[in-house]
Structure formats: structure tokens, C-alpha cells
Design a protein around this ligand. Sequence first.
Ligand code: SF4
Length: 208
Amino acid sequence: MIIGEKFENKQLEDNFKKRKIEVKWFESFEEIKTYLISAIPVDATIGIGNSQTLKKMKILETFLAKGNTVFDKTIGKTPEEVKMLKKQALLTDYYISSANAISVDGRIINIDHSGNRVAAMHYGPEKVFLIAGINKIEFIHEEAMNRAKNTAAPLNAKRAGMNPPCVKVGYCVDCLSPERVCNFISIIEGQHIEGRMTLLIANEKAGF
Ligand code: SF4
């Protein structure tokens, strides 16, 4: 099966499997949401990583309505509340986030401003679901890194109302701006625990 005319998905799936990361394919983000609703029990705690894709999917609203306890920094009303929500999300049963870039060779790349999102992906939550559209897929991890730095970072910075140099020029200039958005760059190469991380890929485009 060809996804986005770029690659055979079996190759990507096999490469992630060797790294103990499961891949599931969906036709749409709506299908992913339906899957998550059935996969996460109502008594589970959930952390959410801030993301355009998850906002569009209304993941926060969906799980609040279901009755889960959800820790999402975007519901914090004060800097102290935001800080607490970021910390509480690190000890949840489930963590849901999007990915900035994934590669057919089996890596997941993310950039992060304060580090809470990539920290939760790395360690803490028992189970991690990472969501990506086909626009996030590159063949090799060098291309995925290029995507994260030169596409995702400037667009995320602009969305967050920050103004590092890449917002103006449209690509990374390796700045040391006080408004630098990529203080943390994470490459997930694999998982220690089989079954902890699942990549949910939609045959649609979304996010940066
Ligand atoms: S280092 Fe600076 S210019 Fe490069 S992506 Fe990060 S914020 Fe933008």
C-alpha cells in the first residue's frame, strides 16, 4: 500500500517494530480519535502535549466529556497552574501528543520550547500515543530533522506568538534568541518497553 505516494508503509512499520514502537494506520484523524476513545479507559489519567493537530481533533474536550482526568497545560489559568499541569502530565497513565516529524527509517523527531512534551514522551506516562499525518513523514531521519527545524519550528513559533529569526526568514539560522522555540530537540530511536509507544498515522495532512 502506498501512502502519500512516498513510500510503502510496510517498510516504515517494520523499521519501527524493530525499535519496539507499534504503528497503526488510519484513513483520517477522526478515525484515530474513535480509536483513542475506545483504547483509553474512563478511569485513566491522561496528559496532553500542546499541538495544533490535537486541538483540531478536540482531544482535550473529548476526554473531559468522557470523564477522564486530563492534564493539559492549555487549561491553566495562571503561570503556576500551567507549571503544575505540565508536571502532573508526566505521571499519567496515558500521554497523547503529535510528532513534528517521523522517518521511514524508524525515528520520531520533536522540537520543544520548555521540554515538558518531549520529557513525557521519553519517560513517565505508562503508555504514549503519538499522532501524525502523512505530511510529517520523511524517508530518513536527517530529512525529518530538517523538517522539524526548518518547517515545524518557524510555524510553531509564529503560532505561539514568538519571534525568533526563523519566523522572518522561514528557516533555521541556529539562533540564540531569547525567544528560541527549539530549546529541546528529541530523536526517539526506540523504546525500552515493548508496547509503551504507539504511532498513530492518518492518511491526511495536519499540523506543522
Ligand atoms: S534555533 Fe532559532 S532560528 Fe533555528 S529553529 Fe530554533 S528558534 Fe528558529
